[in-house]
Design a protein around this ligand. Structure first.
Ligand code: BDR
Ligand code: CA
Length: 321
């Protein structure tokens, strides 16, 4: 069975690998990509996404979305790194791929999302793997799209594991209000958290195997993953050493084979006013919130099968168009 997908990305090395996996998986029909401010300013995320689709000769339209979070930057001092941007070690700025020849679509990402869902048969999974600004705006502007979204598979959040502050994961931290709107939208949501992605690591051995496969996508993924491993070793070393999560690709793999993650169904909301906890995904694991009166709304992936993930990625990235 093939699942139609729209990805909302902030490309980014792991977004790039995730896009390639979506395009090359026979189980996924990637019909469109929307971009959002996150790992890089949105225009760089757009160019990077176009570079990736051009590089693997995919015919997938790319639409540019929001350059800033909904409201988080309006409170002085709340988001010190946005919008003033310095390339970080994990992603750099422009991906090391030839400049894009194709161009972004001529409507905004939010318009594209609304139009695509309203025109659809209700069969397009939405896969946001960056801050949730575009998705929240689309929901606010046209709530009737919700009936047409069968599932939202988000890479974001963390329970025991976080990476931006001690409480928050990057995608949620950048735009907590947007994340709160999406988390409470009432549609089926799978949240692939850092707890899971940190159990699904590429090692240098994975990269060697990818290089041996020798397809354009596998060679490119090897080089981005090596870059990530070196950066993670310096700034956020994994316990097992010399390895790195490929967060966004795990979200994609969870569509192809849900067994690659294990989930709990729990109430999840997003902290938007905490001084120390801004952007935290608050997961009511033991249903203690309001003495169990908060109904579960999110399937939260807290673990991953790392071996299965790597096998799936080696398999998918050996495909060519
Ligand atoms: C998430 O943040 C970004 O840096 C990655 O692309 C991923 O989507 C991980 O916290
Ligand atoms: Ca991302």
């Amino acid at each position: 069975m093939t699942t139609k997908v729209i990805m909302d990305v902030d490309t980014g090395t792991d977004d790039a690998i995730a896009i390639m996996a979506s395009v090359l998986s026979p189980e996924i029909d990637l019909i469109g990509i929307t971009t959002v401010n996150g790992n890089c300013p949105v225009e760089i995320c757009t160019e990077n996404s176009l570079r990736v689709v051009d590089y693997i000769k995919a015919n997938v339209p790319v639409y540019e979305g929001c350059a800033l979070p909904l409201s988080a930057t309006l409170t002085p001092g709340r988001k010190p790194n946005i919008p003033s941007y310095e390339p970080n070690k994990i992603h750099g700025a422009y991906l090391d791929l030839p400049e894009a020849k194709s161009s972004k679509g001529n409507i905004n990402a939010v318009e594209y999302l609304i139009h695509s869902y309203l025109e659809s048969d209700g069969d397009i999974s939405l896969v946001p793997v960056g801050p949730l600004t575009n998705v929240a705006l689309a929901i606010r502007q046209a709530p009737e799209i919700l009936d047409k979204i069968p599932e939202i598979v988000i890479m974001g959040g963390g329970h025991h594991v976080n990476n931006c502050t001690s409480s928050a994961e990057f995608n949620i931290w950048v735009d907590p209000e947007a994340a709160r709107i999406v988390m409470n939208c009432g549609r089926p949501i799978r949240l692939v958290t850092l707890d899971a992605t940190h159990e699904a690591l590429f090692t240098m051995n994975t990269c060697e195997k990818l290089r041996d496969i020798g397809t354009p996508a596998s060679i490119c993924a090897a080089s981005f993953a090596e870059h990530r491993i070196n950066a993670y070793d310096q700034i956020q070393p994994m316990e097992s050493g010399a390895s790195a999560p490929i967060h966004d690709a795990l979200a994609v793999c969870s569509i192809i084979n849900p067994d690659v993650v294990s989930t709990v169904f729990a109430h999840v909301d997003v902290e938007t006013i905490g001084e120390l906890t801004d952007g935290r995904t608050v997961v009511d694991i033991d249903r203690s919130g309001d003495r169990g009166r908060k109904p579960p709304n999110v399937h939260v992936a807290l673990h991953a099968d790392g071996d299965l993930f790597v096998d799936m990625m080696l398999d998918i990235l050996s495909n060519k168009l």
